[in-house]
Design a protein around this ligand. Structure first.
Ligand SMILES: NC(=O)c1ccc[n+]([C@@H]2O[C@H](COP(=O)([O-])OP(=O)(O)OC[C@H]3O[C@@H](n4cnc5c(N)ncnc54)[C@H](OP(=O)(O)O)[C@@H]3O)[C@@H](O)[C@H]2O)c1
Length: 248
């Protein structure tokens, strides 16, 4: 049991990578709390994860809702040992079509929401706690139509270094998992027509040295490593789980 008796908060725990991480962390002994914003997805996740996992509704673009969710976790558990700040979303748009709203919307969730999740939870993190965030292969490559989503993930990569320095004196580690293309509902929410999605999927598969999409399990296992004491001397880094896409 790599997370025995740990209190683990997972944002975006209702779908894809976060849902798989919630299962894995639960099976490794953690008391898991997941956060999502969609009521139906929360219900489905609660059912899939069972009674030992708590599901909280919060729109992470709103710092007050983050405040309330953290307060609820602390009321129930008294502390937090692991944060997996994983929630994220993106919209595709070429340079000429990007709007102010699209920029604000994507930064509000992927960067600001993640930042305030960590900030609000920080007072309750115990010595030896671990923070894991989800970045993306997009922060290391140039992809047409994904400038803003990629920039949010580059900002999060930078944050891991800054907060790594700030939190190290408290014995708190922070690291990123950087997924390559992973089989989740993420891409279907980007506002692309089916034909474009299919084409993008083929192009991504061709660009991955291992010539396939990754699975949620492959990403969740890397998050588990960073969350657990197995990674007790690892902080400030980004682990690429991308079939070699950004490394080879
Ligand atoms: N799939 C990939 O190929 C890929 C590649 C690189 C990086 N990533 C990153 O991996 C992370 C997880 O994505 P995924 O692929 O697992 O996608 P996903 O299945 O769409 O999951 C996204 C999660 O984020 C939550 N979320 C979205 N908006 C939210 C909001 N406003 N407030 C609270 N929660 C919100 C969703 O819950 P609700 O819908 O209930 O709000 C859901 O649980 C993201 O940060 C993504 O950028 C994914």
């Amino acid at each position: 049991m790599k997370l025995a008796n740990k209190i683990a908060l997972i944002t975006g725990g209702t779908s894809g990578i976060g849902l798989e991480a919630a299962k894995l962390f639960r099976d490794e002994g953690a008391k898991v709390v997941i956060i999502g914003s969609d009521a139906q997805r929360l219900k489905d996740a609660e059912r899939a994860l069972g009674d030992s996992v708590t599901a909280l509704r919060a729109d992470l673009r709103d710092p007050e809702q983050i405040d309330r969710a953290i307060a609820e976790v602390i009321e129930t558990h008294g502390r937090i040992d692991v944060i997996y700040a994983n929630a994220g979303a993106g919209k595709a748009a070429p340079l000429e079509a990007v709007t102010r709203e699209q920029i604000d919307e994507q930064f509000a969730l992927n960067f600001t929401g993640l930042f305030f999740t960590i900030q609000k939870a920080a007072p309750y993190l115990s010595q030896g706690s671990s923070i894991v965030v989800t970045t993306s292969f997009l922060n290391a490559v140039g992809t047409p139509g994904l400038s803003i989503l990629s920039a949010t993930k580059a900002a999060v990569r930078s944050l891991v270094r800054s907060l790594g320095a700030e939190l190290a004196p408290r014995g708190i580690r922070i690291n990123a998992v950087s997924p390559g293309p992973i089989d989740t509902p993420f891409a279907t929410k980007m506002g692309l027509p089916d034909a474009d999605l299919r084409k993008a999927g083929e192009a991504l598969t061709a660009a991955v040295p291992l010539k396939r999409f990754g699975t949620v399990s492959e990403v969740a296992k890397a998050a588990l490593f960073l969350a657990s004491d197995d990674a007790s001397f690892v902080t400030g880094t980004e682990v690429a789980v991308d079939g070699g896409m950004t490394q080879i």
